[in-house]
Design a protein around this ligand. Structure first.
Ligand code: A3P
Length: 292
C-alpha cells in the first residue's frame, strides 16, 4: 500500500523496498508520465478495498471467459513496475494502483481512459489494513502495534494535509462530478458482496464487452472469496506473499466479509469513529454500508 507514515512502528524500508529503484519520488514521476494505450483500464482503490477481486472480474470480462488470470494483480500494479515493465505489458492492460488521483498517469486521464474506483467502508478498511501491515514481513518488517495503536495512525493520516482514506475517496467523487463525461465507474465493496451479479453486470456494461447471463454467473462464482482465495493458492505464482511474508502465509485473502470491524472496535472507538466519519464526509454524497 502507498501509505507512508512517520512512525517508529513501521520499519523505514517497508514501503521503499517494494518500489523499483527504491525512490518513491522518482517512481511517482515515472508513473505520472506513462503513455496511455487505447484499451487501457485503470483500477483505483484505497488499499484493502477489493482490488484483487475487481481486477480478476475485469480480467475475466475482458477475456469473455470465467478463467483465472495465472498472474497475480501485482504484475500490473503501478507501484511495483518500472517504466519498461509497464510498457512491456500485453494489451489490454488492466492497470491498478493505490496512488491517489493527483498521482495518476496524466496521459491516461487526458485521454479519458476507463477508470474503475472501488470503495469500502472505512471501518473494515482500518481492520483490513491493520492485518495487512501485521502480516507483511516478520520481525523488523512487520507492524508491531496493537489495533488501538493502529487506529490512532489511521486518524493521523486522515487529518494530514495530503489526507488518508477520506481524501482518497472524496477526490474521486469530486473528479467524477467535475468531469461528467469522464468514463469512471464507482463501485462499493459492500454492493459487490451483497449482489455480485448485479455489480459484475455494471462492470461488463462499463467495459462495453459482450456478455451473457451465464458468463456473469460464472464470473461471480469464480470470483467468490473462497474460490478466488483457492485459485490464488493453487494457480497463481504469488511472489508478493513470498517476498513480504517470509512465513509464506497468504494474507491478501483474509476474511472477505462486511462488518468484521465489529470484532475489533470497542464501543468507545466506534463512537469516535462515527463522529470523525461524519466530519470527514460532510459535503460528500457517498453512501457507505457498514453492515449488510
Ligand atoms: P479482509 O482483510 O477484510 O479479509 P485488496 O485486494 O484491495 O488488497 O483488498 C483485500 C481485502 O479484500 C481483504 O479484506 C480480502 O480478504 C478481501 N477480498 C479479496 N477478494 C475478495 C472476494 N472475492 N470477495 C470478498 N472479499 C475479498
Amino acid at each position: 500500500p502507498s501509505v507512508i507514515v512517520d512512525d517508529q512502528k513501521f520499519s523505514p524500508g517497508i514501503i521503499n523496498h517494494m518500489i523499483p529503484g527504491g525512490n518513491i519520488v522518482e517512481h511517482l514521476e515515472t508513473i505520472r508520465n506513462i503513455i496511455a494505450r487505447d484499451d487501457d483500464v485503470l483500477i483505483c482503490t484505497y488499499p484493502k478495498s477489493g482490488t484483487h477481486w475487481i481486477w480478476e472480474i475485469v480480467s475475466m470480462l475482458r477475456k469473455g471467459k470465467a478463467e483465472y488470470d495465472p498472474r497475480i494483480k501485482e504484475t500490473t500494479m503501478l507501484e511495483f513496475l518500472t517504466k519498461e515493465q509497464i510498457e512491456g505489458l500485453e494489451s489490454p492492460r488492466i492497470l491498478n494502483t493505490h496512488f491517489p488521483l493527483r498521482m495518476l498517469p496524466k496521459d491516461l486521464l487526458d485521454k479519458k481512459r476507463k477508470l474503475i474506483h472501488v470503495m469500502r467502508n472505512p471501518k473494515d478498511v482500518a481492520v483490513s489494513t491493520y492485518h495487512h501491515f501485521k502480516a507483511m514481513g516478520t520481525g523488523d518488517n512487520a507492524y508491531l502495534g496493537t489495533f488501538s495503536e493502529y487506529l490512532s495512525l489511521f486518524y493521523a493520516l486522515e487529518v494530514g494535509e495530503k489526507g488518508g482514506w477520506n481524501k482518497y475517496v472524496t477526490d474521486f467523487e469530486k473528479f467524477a462530478k467535475d468531469n461528467p463525461d469522464y468514463p469512471i465507474l464507482s463501485l462499493y465493496f459492500e454492493d459487490m458482496k451483497q449482489d455480485p451479479k448485479r455489480e459484475i453486470t455494471k462492470v461488463a456494461k462499463f467495459l462495453d464487452v459482450p456478455y451473457t447471463a451465464e458468463l456473469i454467473t460464472a464470473v461471480a462464482e469464480r470470483c467468490d472469496f473462497e474460490n478466488l482465495k483457492k485459485a490464488n493458492q493453487e494457480i497463481k505464482d504469488d511472489f508478493i506473499t513470498r517476498k513480504v511474508a517470509p512465513d509464506g502465509k497468504q494474507f491478501m485473502y483474509r476474511k472477505g466479509t462486511v462488518g468484521d470491524w465489529k470484532n475489533w472496535f470497542t464501543v468507545a472507538q466506534n463512537e469516535l469513529f462515527d463522529e470523525s466519519f461524519e466530519r470527514w464526509m460532510s459535503g460528500s454524497e457517498l453512501k457507505f454500508k457498514f453492515v449488510l
